[in-house]
Write a protein that binds this ligand. Structure first.
Ligand SMILES: C[S@@+](CC[C@H](N)C(=O)[O-])C[C@H]1O[C@@H](n2cnc3c(N)ncnc32)[C@H](O)[C@@H]1O
Length: 236
């Protein structure tokens, strides 16, 4: 089935969860990748990849020593994406991973997959459709797992961002991150959308464990010592 129709079908059965009838445009995907500084990232996590509109652009921008994990809640979309990526010629030394799971349990998922703290988290999640409690839960998970100096990049449709839940999400970002920036509107997307990049001040102290795991996931983590996904995170 064509990607767009697959997303549309998922939207019809779970509108609140999918939040979009059609995949994002390449123009929006490029803006996301550019603002996420994907080309200098070592560990990238994508939340809500859907049919992979951002995923393909992210993978194209990663260096060969980077690791990538996508977390998709819909079983059908996760299966579709995993299968379509397996057919794609890749340049990464570790294969891109797609797991079916919920972003509210991000820390546990990363621990289970033995992933280091991501230096970039990219979201395709429909924030304006989520209840405030869900927004809070996911954002605090992102904030918890993000490496020091890491960035969180997401998008919002122009219009719905002014609705109650959209405004709540924007305020929430300010409580969790120190720097929150917004791109110009990408009009080539249907509907037009803009990108938000949120980051924290770099602090070397941030090391710890992913919830429920004994694995370290801080800047000190190393493949050889505990079998994590990367040798070290190079954050400058
Ligand atoms: C708006 S669509 C975006 C799809 C794709 N990133 C794009 O831009 O075309 C949102 C995606 O987030 C997924 N999703 C919704 N809630 C989620 C959650 N809690 N955890 C992981 N994925 C979720 C949906 O299943 C859907 O695939």
């Amino acid at each position: 089935m064509r990607k767009g129709f697959l997303l549309l079908r998922e939207f019809i059965s779970r509108p609140g969860m999918v939040g979009a009838v059609w995949p994002s445009s390449r123009a929006l995907a490029r803006r996301i990748v550019q603002l996420g500084r994907v080309s200098s990232a070592k560990v990238v996590v994508e939340l809500g990849p859907g049919t992979g509109a951002f995923t393909r652009e992210i993978l194209g921008g990663l260096t060969s020593d980077a690791s990538f994990l996508a977390v998709e809640k819909s079983e059908c979309l996760a299966r579709y994406l995993a299968s379509s990526l397996s057919k794609r010629p890749g340049h990464l030394s570790d294969l891109p991973k797609v797991v079916q799971g919920c972003a509210t349990r991000l820390a546990d998922l990363l621990a289970k997959e033995r992933f280091c703290m991501p230096d970039v988290v990219i979201s395709g999640l429909p924030w304006a459709g989520f209840r405030p409690m869900v927004q809070k839960k996911i954002l605090s998970q992102i904030s918890e797992v993000l490496a020091p100096g890491g960035v969180f990049v997401t998008f919002a449709y122009f219009g719905p961002h002014l609705l109650r839940r959209g405004r709540f999400f924007r305020r929430l970002l300010d409580t969790q991150f120190e720097f929150v920036e917004r791109s110009a509107t990408v009009v080539a997307n249907i509907p037009p959308a803009f990108v938000i990049r949120a980051s924290k001040r770099f602090s070397k102290e941030k090391t710890g464990s992913v919830a429920g795991s004994k694995e370290p996931f801080g800047i000190n983590c190393g493949h050889t010592s505990h079998g994590c996904c990367c040798n070290s995170l190079s954050i400058s």
